[in-house]
Design a protein around this ligand. Structure first.
Ligand code: NAD
Length: 499
């Protein structure tokens, strides 16, 4: 049976699709329908051992494959990904619940990382200084680490794993991927394309599971580095455990991204961008603009138009190509209940509800995990909505008298992924850019998520580690430098050598 038709997600080990025996399964849902579409085996140390052994065995030959030959596999993978683009996107929309257009963004950004990785040979080049002492030269070059692993969240089934493996394998490492157990199908399809592109067996391996599986990866002595993306408590723990086992770790965590609205902002463009930033992917984005701070009378100028836009949004199923809503379902019934409970608590604490997504019912998909977009005004710092990452279709609006107050309130929270300002004032933008404590800043850009060539540079509790994901920092993370100092004595024999 093709791995793509199998209702139980197989593992991919040593170039073979493997069904682990006797493993408990965890259901994979289509959130638009609330229906189970597959099951994922919850693996542990035994399966991780097999996958790591396969990656370790494949490493010497892959390391010794010239970088341009490794890149050729990625060039072929890029073409296959482009050919399968629309089918993959419908698969993403189906297992995640985001709209087809959001799924296209998810995969397109991922393919851009593959394109970046095709050019990695240039970034692997070393440096040399001749004659550091008489007759002695010194050069550094980059070497892959060995077996490296990637552990992924549910919210970008394509992009997040593709932040990791294209760069890692282009650098000559072999890879162990653990996709989110909630959305394992997209990478299953992508790995089948990698096989078709000619990736040698063992260079990419896939295991499934939750904490037990992750712990086995963190403790495995042959895993040299871990890339993790997920919530902050888990990211912090992965960084602690991974580094205590001697591994290099980059761990990206959760977020609460502040959007400062200045009174001089362009109304139409700002409200459109703020709406997209808060409710794109049903707010399940680490770069979602989930908290707006309206400065001065910006609230009075912008919020009526924003509320109208939010109320006009259509929420519905995303798994039919021809009929696409503005916003899809959230990932699970439990997550819907959690977010809905946070809205209740936020309202109870004094926030004013300008648009209420809680009563949303979708007739054509009554079992789907739908929660409409919700806009709350007059949220203060003590509101329960401010205590945690909401990660749902909720925009909380705070009020501030001055830009300084707005920056201070943004900087008092623990995260530091993204932040944005909407203004026509260069001075306000400059102050904000310099002083806000976040690693990715937007000036009149609501979701300042950088493309493949830049690091995804979260700060504070949004990132644990030193080298960020993607771009040149990604290459740095997946390689280690060797510095060689060379001296040759004397001359050879014969007349060709001047004595
Ligand atoms: P999550 O932390 O629940 O899970 C992420 C991964 O960790 C999954 O593969 C899961 O199986 C595993 N995991 C879960 N609990 C674990 C535990 N106790 N020990 C070991 N492994 C564990 O995150 P999620 O709900 O899948 O994804 C949403 C989160 O990811 C949000 O907080 C979001 O902000 C964050 N995120 C961050 C970025 C970023 O770049 N900073 C990008 C995307 C998502």
């Amino acid at each position: 049976m093709s791995p793509l038709e199998n209702p139980v997600c197989p593992l991919y080990i040593g170039g073979k699709w493997v069904n682990p025996a006797d493993k408990a399964g965890s259901p994979v849902f289509n959130p638009s329908r609330g229906s189970i579409i597959a099951s994922v085996p919850m693996c542990g140390a035994a399966e991780v051992d097999l996958a790591v052994a396969s990656a370790k065995a494949a490493f010497p030959a892959w390391r010794d494959t010239p970088p341009n030959e490794r890149a050729q596999v990625l060039f072929r993978a890029k073409i296959l990904l482009d050919d399968a683009f629309e089918d993959l996107c419908l698969g993403i929309a189906t297992e995640h619940g985001k709209t087809l257009s959001e799924a296209r963004g998810d995969l397109r950004r991922g393919i851009e990382v593959v394109e970046f990785a095709c050019g990695v040979p240039t970034l692997l080049m070393g440096e040399c200084l001749e004659n550091i002492a008489r007759g002695i030269d010194c050069h550094t070059d980059r070497h892959p680490l060995g077996v490296v692993a990637g552990i992924c969240p549910f919210n970008f089934p394509a992009l997040v794993p593709m932040w990791m493996w294209p760069i890692a394998i282009a650098c000559g490492n072999t890879f162990l991927l653990k996709p989110s157990e909630k959305v394992p199908l997209t990478m299953q399809r992508v790995v089948a394309l990698l096989e078709k592109a000619g990736l040698p067996p063992g260079v990419m391996n896939v295991v499934h599971g939750g904490r037990e599986c992750v712990d086995a990866i963190l403790e495995h002595p042959d895993v040299k580095a871990i890339s993790f993306v997920g919530s902050t408590p888990v990211a912090r723990e992965i960084h602690r455990k991974g580094t205590s086992h001697g591994k290099r770790v980059q761990a990206a965590g959760g977020a609460k991204n502040f959007i400062i609205l200045m009174p001089d902002a362009d109304v139409d463009r700002t409200v459109e961008a703020v709406k997209d930033g808060a409710f794109g992917c049903a707010g399940e984005r680490c770069m979602a603009g989930s908290t707006a701070v309206a400065v001065g009378d910006a609230g009075e100028k912008l919020l009526p138009a924003l509320a109208d836009l939010v109320k006009a949004m259509k929420t519905g199923p995303t798994d039919v190509r021809e009929f696409q809503p503005d916003m899809g379902a959230v990932i699970s019934a439990e997550h819907r209940a959690r977010v809905s409970g946070l809205i209740d608590a936020g309202e109870h604490a004094g926030a004013k509800v300008l648009a209420d997504g809680r009563p949303t019912r979708v007739d054509e998909a009554p079992e789907g995990f739908f929660l409409g977009p919700t806009l709350l005004d007059h949220v203060d710092e003590t509101n329960p909505l401010m205590e945690t990452e909401v990660f749902g279709p909720v925009l909380a609006v705070m009020r501030a008298k001055t830009l300084d107050d707005a920056i201070d309130v943004a900087n008092r929270q623990a995260f530091g992924n993204g932040a944005a300002i909407f203004t026509n004032s260069g001075k306000a933008a400059r102050e904000f850019r310099r002083r806000v404590s976040a690693g990715m800043v937007g000036i009149n850009v609501g979701v300042p998520a950088p493309l493949a060539y830049f690091p995804f540079s979260g700060w504070n509790d949004s990132f644990f580690g030193d080298l960020h994901i993607q771009g040149k920092e990604g290459v740095e993370f997946y390689t280690q430098r060797k510095t060689t100092t060379t001296r040759w004595f004397g001359y050879g024999d014969g007349e060709i050598w001047a004595k």
